[in-house]
Design a protein around this ligand. Structure first.
Ligand SMILES: Nc1nc2c(ncn2[C@@H]2O[C@H](COP(=O)(O)OP(=O)(O)OP(=O)(O)O)[C@@H](O)[C@H]2O)c(=O)[nH]1
Ligand SMILES: [Mg+2]
Length: 401
């Protein structure tokens, strides 16, 4: 038997949803009206939320022997009352009519108990593992939507025992978080010249990241690749000098462009190159005029666009940045300054919400070493609170081999 929580705009819709997802066996236990959806607390809509349970079908149902019924009943009653040990035992030992008892009797008793203890607060009744799950996700700064999704999935897919033990639950959740991460398919040997454009808010580290990429392919790689850099950051005093300096040190050509024609010409000069890295002017995403100008030039480069954003950005600001730069049709996200934060939940939440792929991470000012291709492990190793869960995964793998 598994529990579920579902929402829909009306009672009719939620019942249809439950029947569609869990079949005729699904039973609803509670119903309440909630506010759902919306942006930053605005435009929230009324919805009906139901909780209930369903069984997996005849083949998977354990026979309802008096013992299994009694065990199930004990578990449910102890959860509802928050009882442990002796108190649970005394509830379980209350005469109940013995072997003829059906699950619906237990559920009726459960509902009555819930009402008698004040009802409504389902969180208080949560199994230990689930309580810990919420707190670990919160500690890692996952958004409430992400946490909600994971918690609902856990309730939907795992048995009562699966939710009770943090180590086993944490190991499953780590797998789900990993599966949710989409990494950008960066192919080192894609067709050339490969034009890569970095966009993003001011001061996040675009120019430094361009220098790291240029150094990695144009100086460190073996064999060395043919690389050039283009900047459209010439509006700001000192910006051109910054990238020119990198070019000089690495012996790579750098060009500054201010018009579409120049951009077209520079790209045509790069036909024999492997990589062209294009740096853009750092402007606030709210400065629409400048963004439109940059957009014109970037479109002319006809390259793949990556959004650079500092990993230290607050979740709400991050959402805003992702949205404001959407007209650039960026296909990858680069998180910079990973060394300045110890939480990655907000990064994974915004990636999940926007269905974007992450391409690179930077974690320091040193060129080129503080740059890594984003991998699932780049994030999972930075999560806290999963240590024992992680070792449970390892034990699993070892025991399977
Ligand atoms: N700690 C840390 N600092 C970084 C990282 N990447 C860049 N920086 C620093 O951030 C500052 C800004 O870097 P830039 O590369 O000039 O940033 P930008 O996005 O090009 O800035 P604008 O062109 O002004 O928009 C510099 O001091 C960099 O050394 C990083 O991964 N970690
Ligand atoms: Mg710059």
């Amino acid at each position: 038997m598994d529990f579920f929580v579902e929402q829909a705009p009306t009672d009719q819709a939620v019942h249809a949803l439950v029947r569609g997802k869990y079949g005729e066996r699904a039973r609803i236990l509670s119903r309440r009206e909630v506010l759902s959806g919306g942006l930053l607390g605005l435009f929230r809509k009324r919805a009906v939320e139901v909780t209930g349970y369903y069984s997996h079908g005849p083949a998977r149902i354990r026979p309802s022997t008096p013992e299994t019924m009694e065990t199930e009943r004990r578990k449910i009653l102890s959860t509802v009352r928050g009882d442990e040990g002796d108190r649970t035992r005394s509830v379980a030992e209350t005469p109940t009519g013995g072997t003829g008892e059906s699950l619906s009797d237990v559920m009726r008793e459960l509902r009555a108990l819930r009402e008698s203890v004040g009802g409504g607060d389902t969180r208080r009744d949560e199994p230990e593992g689930l309580v810990q799950l919420r707190s670990v996700l919160d500690e890692n700064e996952f958004s409430s939507a992400y946490t909600g999704e994971i918690v609902e999935r856990a309730k939907r897919e795992l048995s009562y025992d699966g939710l009770a033990q943090w180590d086993a639950l944490g190991a499953r959740v780590l797998e789900w978080i990993s599966d949710n991460i989409s990494t950008f398919p960066w192919d080192e040997h894609a067709a050339t010249p490969r034009v890569v454009v970095l966009i993003g808010p001011t001061g996040v580290g675009k120019t430094t990241t361009i220098a790291k990429l240029a150094a990695m392919y144009g100086a460190v790689a073996d064999p060395v690749r043919k690389v050039r850099m283009i900047t459209i950051d010439s509006y700001r005093i000192g910006a051109l000098q910054q990238i020119q300096k990198y070019g000089e040190i690495m012996g790579l050509p750098v060009a500054a462009v201010e018009t579409k024609e120049e951009m077209r010409r520079q790209i045509s000069l790069a036909q024999d190159d492997d990589f062209v890295f294009v740096d853009t002017i750092g402007k606030s995403p709210r400065d629409f005029g400048k963004l439109a100008e940059v957009h014109e030039l970037v479109s002319e480069a006809r390259g793949e666009v990556h959004l650079a954003v500092s990993a230290t950005t607050k979740l709400a600001d991050m959402r805003e940045i992702f949205r404001q730069f959407e007209p650039f049709a960026y296909s990858g996200v680069i998180f910079t300054k990973m060394d300045e934060t110890s939480n990655v939940g907000n990064l994974l939440s915004v990636l999940r919400e926007t269905r974007k792929s992450v391409s690179f991470l930077t974690d320091g000012q040193s060129v080129p070493q503080d740059l890594e291709r984003a991998q699932v492990a780049s994030f999972t190793k930075r999560l806290h609170g999963f240590a024992r869960a992680r070792s449970a995964v390892v034990e699993d793998v070892v025991s399977m081999s």
